[in-house]
Design a protein around this ligand. Structure first.
Ligand code: A4P
Ligand code: MG
Length: 178
């Protein structure tokens, strides 16, 4: 049976960048996911300009969220995202947590999975604290239930982060401007 004959799991993936040509890098990440047989893109959020969260001594970020159906294991999606990060030039700075990066692709949620091992935690453990994640996700799916947390809209209403993401106005869909 082909992978696309099965429904797959609905997953939300966050994209962030604050080094290099951020918009083009994020568009290439979306394009890469769209070409995979095991992945069906469902929706892409607007692009948002956001203040750095955690380590504030760095440039502003661009952030967005993608909803997709993934025909395979969550770990395979993580490996694919890390492969795209490497292709786009991501180098990991082990000394600086939450520092600047050319591209960061995180799995926010994966179906009903509530899971943690040394490589993967689902849902993403810091998503409820971050407006730069919740605002684009709420644009696409306010009623989506995040396992163990509640709906996206309720998380946004309770989010302690006060930094409001600013939508970047594009004439064309931002992810088609590769
Ligand atoms: N990992 C575990 N669970 C997951 C998951 N659900 N999705 C592991 C993705 N990866 C997951 O990630 C570190 C390890 O997390 C990986 O080896 C993976 O196996 P990383 O991408 O290597 O490093 P990181 O992203 O710097 O680490 P961390 O602590 O996850 O950073 P965050 O939480 O992603 O924060 N401010 C704004 N405005 N916008 C941003 O996008 N991003 C960060 C990074 C900080 N501040 C920001 C932004
Ligand atoms: Mg990451």
């Amino acid at each position: 049976m082909s992978a696309t004959a099965e429904p797959g799991e609905l997953a939300a993936v966050s994209l962030g960048s604050n080094l290099g040509p951020s918009q083009a890098l994020m568009a290439r990440a979306v394009e890469n996911l769209a070409t995979l047989d095991v992945c069906q893109l469902q929706a892409v959020s607007s692009l948002y300009k956001t203040r750095p969260w955690g380590d504030v001594e760095q440039p502003d970020f661009l952030n967005a969220v993608v909803l997709l159906r993934w025909h395979g294991a969550a770990h395979a999606l993580l490996q694919q995202l890390q492969s795209i990060e490497r292709q786009l030039g991501r180098l990991r700075d082990k000394k600086r947590r939450w520092g600047p990066r050319v591209i960061d692709l995180d799995i926010l949620c994966f179906g009903n999975a509530q899971y943690a091992d040394s490589d993967l935690t689902l849902p993403h453990p810091r998503m409820a604290q971050r407006r730069f994640v919740l605002v684009p996700l709420a644009e696409l799916a306010p009623d989506l239930q995040i396992p163990g947390y509640g709906s996206v809209a309720s998380l946004l209403a309770q989010c302690p982060d006060q930094d409001e993401p600013v939508p970047v106005r594009n004439q064309e869909p931002w992810y088609e401007q590769v």
